[in-house]
Design a protein around this ligand. Structure first.
Ligand SMILES: Cc1ncc(COP(=O)(O)O)c(C=O)c1O
Length: 372
């Protein structure tokens, strides 16, 4: 882990670059807006910690009303619980006995749940919980159109739920119904149709469980791109949105109901870079692919109309200025909005939280690299 990049009170222009920074006013606006939305819609909020891998942020989400957080890996769950979060759902199928042992041990200090989509997964989780003398919550994942994990909705899901209900050490909690692909469908109508179909699958599975006399538990799922649709359907009880706290270029570009991009949340996460070379209409920054993930394209330049990122390499991003734009100066700071927030955060050890032009807090990304 690298040393802290800046102390409290450091002026923004004195932070070493490249640095991952958060604008606290925008961050808090996002944090409270989503919490308020969930409260108003009568659903629980369990934000996804894969976005930030940072317990300081998870604690703020819980303080704002979240019931706990989601994690995608056992390492993320460990970091969140060590960092003071008391309720974690691992939204993934975990099969390895070693990882399940770690999860079952965590359940001594916190409420811990995970997903299953196979009989083998249920058996393995049950064995780990019994050996550790703890209980693991289980959500049966149904494939609602994503085509990644999940058992088929309906009869197959009901069979698996029955197995969970009978397994020692496990507590059946409900269904995981997450349509990840739909989150970034550019057209609102396509997202609406996808979540409509997902809702049909949820409804059918719950009805079959009820008909068989099995309490169906709750339904959890949803991301930033579709959370309103799940909440307003009346079929989901818990939202797992993650990116809303930061936003990124990919999310800023999807269309709202009007047919135009109309992001509901502010950009709060930036990679702050320094200009290290200038030539004609080109300026080169000291941050590249080792500071910003590139798989979703080039970053946006924040607050500088007419300045566009045109290329990225390991340690550099090249900007181009439109004719007539004021030149960028050597040493100047530029804020970049990453293409995709989650993998960008995973490239850094610290988030520097700014209030206006000063460092107000510095947060450790303690689950950075915790992919096991
Ligand atoms: C299972 C699950 N739930 C929720 C989310 C959060 O989605 P988003 O960051 O798009 O809000 C993700 C993100 O990949 C996910 O995999």
């Amino acid at each position: 882990m690298q040393i802290e990049p800046a102390g409290i009170g450091t002026p923004v222009d004195a932070i070493e670059t490249p640095a991952l920074v958060v604008d606290l006013d925008s961050f808090e606006q996002n944090l409270h807006q989503m919490a308020e939305f969930a409260r108003g819609a009568g659903v629980r909020l369990r934000p996804h910690a894969k976005t930030h891998r940072c317990p300081a942020i998870a604690r703020k989400q819980v303080a704002a009303g979240a019931v706990g957080v989601c994690a995608q890996t056992v390492g993320e769950a460990e970091a969140m619980i060590r960092g003071g979060v008391g309720d974690v759902l691992v939204t993934n199928e975990i099969l390895s006995p070693g990882k399940l042992r770690r999860l079952a041990m965590l359940a001594r200090d916190a409420s811990v749940a995970l997903l299953c989509d196979s009989a083998a997964g249920v058996d393995a989780a049950s064995r780990a919980a019994v050996e550790a003398g703890t209980q693991l919550g289980i959500y049966v994942e149904i494939d609602v159109g994503m085509g990644r994990c999940g058992v088929a909705p309906g009869a197959s899901a009901c069979d698996l739920v029955r197995q969970v209900v009978e397994a020692p050490g496990l507590v059946f909690q409900g269904l995981q119904a997450y349509h990840g692909r739909a989150q970034h469908f550019p057209r609102f109508a396509d997202r609406e149709a996808a979540i409509g179909a997902a809702g049909q699958a949820v409804r059918e599975t719950r009805s079959m469980l009820e008909a068989a006399g099995v309490p169906p538990g709750i339904v959890t799922g949803a991301g930033t791109g579709t959370h309103r649709l799940e909440a307003e359907s009346g079929l989901w009880h818990e939202l797992q949105a993650g990116s809303y706290v930061f936003m990124d270029r990919e999310y800023a570009e999807i269309e709202g109901p009007s047919g135009r991009p109309e992001p509901a949340f502010d950009h709060s996460l930036f990679v702050m870079a320094g200009v290290i070379s200038v030539s004609g209409n080109r300026a080169t920054l000291d941050a590249g692919l080792k500071s910003l993930s590139g798989e979703k394209g080039l970053p946006l330049v924040y607050g500088r109309a007419g300045v566009t990122a045109v290329g990225m390499s390991d340690e550099h991003t090249v900007l181009e200025l439109a004719p007539g734009m004021p030149a960028l100066e050597i040493g100047e700071r530029v804020r970049l909005i990453p293409g995709h927030c989650d993998p960008t955060v995973n490239l850094h050890d610290w988030i520097v939280a700014l209030r206006g032009d000063q460092v107000a807090e510095v947060w450790a990304i303690t689950a950075r690299g915790a992919s096991q």
